[in-house]
Design a protein around this ligand. Structure first.
Ligand code: M6R
Length: 581
């Protein structure tokens, strides 16, 4: 921050609370501008010295940086040859020293200094800088990394994501690639890296400011779990025309192109990848189009077979996951059409895709993704149904029937949530478990993977998800007396063989001492004799069941993390948007 025109820096490794305590111990008055960043360490250990901001040797300019500067070693060597002394092991510090040199060249004009610095950088970066030479302004720049401007009344903001400022303003400007923006309290100006005047794209954030508050819940994660009925309703809202046909207005890809698609490839990471795995079952069933689901960071490195007849569907809450961005770019280079299913307006993935279906789940603040997962499944189902309708795989009335079922899911999720206290109490009682396994079949398999991921990321417990049929091929060796195993039980009203097989699996593991926790439909008594604990979900068609069976697993992970005293919303080592490859 600037305090009486002087640059003052305070930074701490670890939680924000550490920084807050340091500032309370050494309070300073700010002149009205400041920058800060919670950095996910990429170069050097997460220490106070490597934390952001970084300053030049004269303490004249400070900078924060999101991303990775790939040519930092070369730049650092050049600066050291000119006598520059480095204080950290980060890639970012080169920018502070380069800005300082350019400030001298440009008579203290920070905007003018930023441009030549950016031209020399390779990699991905959002940079935000302030300097003593230009005390009323903040200068920022972006390449391959997110940056939005929030335009308030007598105040302006810069952030990676609109959620950071919606409590103050909903008017935003999305910056384009390779742009520099300069803001003061009441103005902004944008140029490209060569100084040519440029424009961003103005938009209004539709998210409610209250969405960025916990609203009485102990964590954002728990609040977001409870927002899932509304999130699903929002995703599905307004998708039927007056003739009862499914419409996807955003899908502005020529119908003849969509009819000629002969393969779908879904690319995503983490939880979004699991929603893609669920969607595959529905899309193939409804559209009869072969569908592959690929981890985005693996996709382009295996030289995938992708051409003009391939539809590449990316799934991303943030729209800023670098691995997914790179997969989308690769797909486009190969001539594929790309559709983004995304929760964040104006983010990079939708911008770089041919079309976008927004999930409208509202901001997801907790690192552990919950409502985004369910709304991604719902949006991918809309896409599948739309393609089935367009290509004649399903009649309009069949599509309408499935949509009607989908529209009941919000209320059914609410029924599961009505039992949240009991599920959480069960999670709390299991807090001493050191390993939990998850089994599922068909769409229950990705649900098992997701249940395990939730537990790993927030409760730091060894957890694995398996396809139940795979048990006998190896994982059953893990079962020893007392091993907790969640089993996602498919509806017996669907394919009976699936249900019967999983009941056998439950017996097999129980015989070896497992503690079985079954997530089963109301009325399914076949599992009762073999379950140590049953969590009931309302009845639903097989393909829609993941919208229900995931919810108890989210609540369970949340309860375990709370019981262990962990920070549910900000688990260690993880960032909400992974903007580096
Ligand atoms: O923003 P995205 O959906 O692209 O993020 C993808 C993953 O990083 C994300 O789902 C991550 O796995 C979550 N932390 C899981 O809860």
């Amino acid at each position: 921050m600037l305090s009486d025109g002087k640059l003052q820096t305070e930074k701490r490794a670890g939680k924000l609370a550490n920084l807050r305590a340091a500032l309370q111990a050494n309070p300073r008055s700010a002149d009205g501008i400041g920058i800060g960043h919670t950095r996910w360490a990429t170069h050097g250990a997460p220490t106070d010295g490597n934390a952001h901001p970084h300053v030049d040797e004269m303490n004249r300019v400070a900078v924060v940086h999101n991303g990775i500067i790939e040519n930092f070693a070369q730049l650092r060597m050049e600066l050291e040859e000119r006598g520059c002394k480095f204080r950290s092991e980060t890639d970012t510090e080169v920018v502070a020293h380069m800005l300082s040199e350019q400030l001298t060249e440009h008579n203290g004009d920070l905007g003018a200094a930023m441009r030549p610095v950016c031209r020399r950088l390779e990699g991905a970066f959002t940079l935000v800088a302030i300097s003593e030479d230009d005390p009323g302004l903040v200068v920022a720049a972006r390449r391959n990394s997110p940056l939005v401007v929030g335009r308030g009344n007598g105040e302006n903001f810069l952030a990676s994501d609109v959620a950071a400022f919606i409590a103050h303003t909903r008017d935003a400007i999305e910056l384009g690639q390779d742009q520099v923006v300069t803001i003061t309290a009441d103005s902004h100006s944008i140029t490209d890296f060569d100084g040519n005047p440029s424009e961003g794209k103005e938009f209004r954030v539709m998210w409610d400011a209250a969405a960025a508050e916990k609203g009485g819940y102990p964590s954002f994660m728990e609040k977001e779990i409870h927002e899932q009925p509304a999130a699903i309703d929002q995703t599905l809202m307004g998708r039927l025309d007056t003739a009862g046909r499914l419409v996807l207005d955003e899908l502005n890809i020529d119908e003849s192109v969509l009819r000629s698609v002969d393969k779908i490839v879904v690319v995503a990471c983490g939880t979004a990848y699991h929603s893609g795995l669920v969607a595959k079952y529905a899309i193939e069933h409804w559209c009869r189009i072969p569908t592959e689901v690929e981890l985005a960071h693996e996709f382009r490195y295996r030289d995938p077979i992708v051409n003009e007849k391939t539809l590449v569907v990316s799934l991303s809450q943030s729209g800023e996951t670098m691995d997914t961005i790179m997969a989308v770019r690769h797909a486009r280079e190969q001539g594929a059409k790309t559709v983004a299913i995304c929760n964040t307006n104006g983010s990079t993935i939708p911008r770089e895709s041919d079309a976008v279906i927004y999930t409208h789940a509202g901001p997801e603040i907790a690192v552990a993704s919950t409502k985004a997962f369910l709304s991604q499944i719902a949006a991918a189902y809309l896409l599948g149904l739309y393609l089935a309708q367009l290509r004649g795989n399903k009649f309009a009335d069949e599509v309408a029937d499935i949509l009607a079922e989908l529209n009941t899911m919000g209320a059914k999720i609410q029924q599961v949530l009505d039992g949240a206290a009991e599920i959480k109490a069960f999670g709390t009682s299991m807090a001493d478990a050191t390993s939990v396994l998850f089994l599922g079949r068909h769409v229950g398999f990705p649900v098992a993977l997701e249940g395990a991921l939730k537990l790993k990321e927030i409760a730091y417990i060894h957890a694995e998800g398996f396809a139940a049929g795979e048990l006998k091929h190896g994982p059953i060796a893990l079962i020893e007396p007392g091993q907790p195993v969640f089993v996602v039980v498919p509806s017996r009203r669907g394919r009976d063989s699936l249900h019967a097989k999983i009941v056998s699996n439950i017996q097999e593991i129980r015989a070896r001492g497992a503690v079985t926790i079954c997530i089963a439909e109301e009325g399914d008594e076949a599992v009762t004799p073999y379950a140590d604990h049953v969590i009931r979900v309302p009845q639903s068609p097989t393909l829609l069941a993941p919208l229900l069976t995931t919810v108890p697993l989210q609540l369970f992970a949340c309860a375990m993390a709370e019981a262990k005293g962990y920070d549910v919303d900000q688990p260690r080592n993880l960032a909400k948007s992974v903007t580096v490859e």
